[in-house]
Design a protein around this ligand. Structure first.
Ligand code: CP
Ligand code: NVA
Length: 300
């Protein structure tokens, strides 16, 4: 593994390896066992979009690993004035040991990896959010003990989260159902990947998708960059909500995950969110541990 660009690139073995290391790093942190695997290394973090969890967990994670992280707002870089990503990649490769980037187009992340000579980590694009899904898988395994015989149900927009969850959960060995309205389905390459799995189902019925689910996951109706479509999307996603009715269709011990930020009473009710807050905030914490594992795998 040279980069983390999207879940489609990872094998099941690579996913499990990252999760095992993440569990170990979590244990070490909780027991104050030093783990300076990246002493003297630097990570550049390019942000074209806002972030709370990704920024803070990468920066803190790098510090805990003995390294250093630089926050690089795209608007302050020459990239924001049109310097090509291909040139930025070749320059930053001469200063840094790794780059994390959050941007719009997946292509930009792939270009950074192609032209640079250091590991690139995708911190979210419109197409994918692999760091989040590794943390989700870590949390699911923590709460459920394993992946086999589990069903993950995603309800809502076929966006970066849906794309990455479908691939990540299928690769990990789970059954997957996704309920997305017409016009907001997951990306074609994700559906192409999933079509070989008998245990994958795509529907426009949230209740049907939720039947017997062990894990229910949703995400915002309008992602970063789609703010102008918010009103149109509110109409399109009406009913695509994790609420009591959906919880009743799932298994009685079903867990809930949300990458956050959450919009209460849109994709999830306040009641369900608060009832599952311990799982959701453990998921947020696990961003730190899972990303530390990714950085150690790529940069140590
Ligand atoms: N879930 C997630 O990526 O959060 P941030 O946008 O706050 O980084
Ligand atoms: N789908 C959301 C995820 C935020 C972490 C977005 O792209 O804004």
């Amino acid at each position: 593994m040279k980069h983390l660009l999207k879940m489609l690139d990872l094998s099941k073995e690579e996913i499990i390896d990252i999760l095992n290391l993440a569990d170990q790093l979590k244990y070490e942190l909780k027991h104050s066992i030093p783990h300076p695997h990246l002493k003297g290394r630097s990570l550049g973090m390019i942000f074209q979009k806002a972030s709370t969890r990704t920024r803070v967990s990468f920066e803190t994670g790098m510090y805990q690993l003995g390294g250093h992280a630089l926050f690089l707002s795209a608007s302050d870089l020459q990239i924001g004035r049109g310097e090509p990503v291909q040139d930025t990649a070749r320059v930053l490769s001469r200063y840094l040991d790794g780059i994390m980037i959050r941007t719009y187009k997946q292509e930009e992340v792939e270009n950074l990896a192609e032209y640079g000579s250091i590991p690139v980590i995708n911190g979210l694009t419109d197409f994918s959010h692999p760091c989040q899904v590794l943390a989700d898988l870590m949390t699911i395994r923590e709460f459920k003990g394993q992946f086999d015989d589990l069903k993950m149900c995603f309800i809502g927009d076929g966006n970066n989260m849906a794309n990455s969850l479908i691939v990540g959960c299928l690769k990990a060995g789970m059954a997957v159902s996704a309920a997305c309205p017409e016009g907001y389905r997951p990306a074609p390459e994700v559906l192409e990947f999933a079509k070989d799995y008998d245990c994958f189902e795509l529907t426009d019925s949230p209740i049907k998708a939720a039947e017997n689910a062990d894990v229910l996951i949703t995400d915002v109706w309008a992602s970063m960059g789609q703010e102008g479509e918010a009103e149109k999307r509110k109409l399109a996603f009406k009913g695509y909500q994790i609420n009591d009715e959906i919880m009743a269709a799932a298994k009685s011990d079903a867990m809930v995950q949300h990458c956050l930020p959450a919009h209460r009473e849109e994709e999830i009710t306040e009641k369900v969110f608060e009832a599952h807050a311990n799982e959701i905030f453990e998921e947020a914490e696990n961003r730190l541990h899972a990303q530390k594992a990714v950085m150690v795998k790529l940069m140590a």
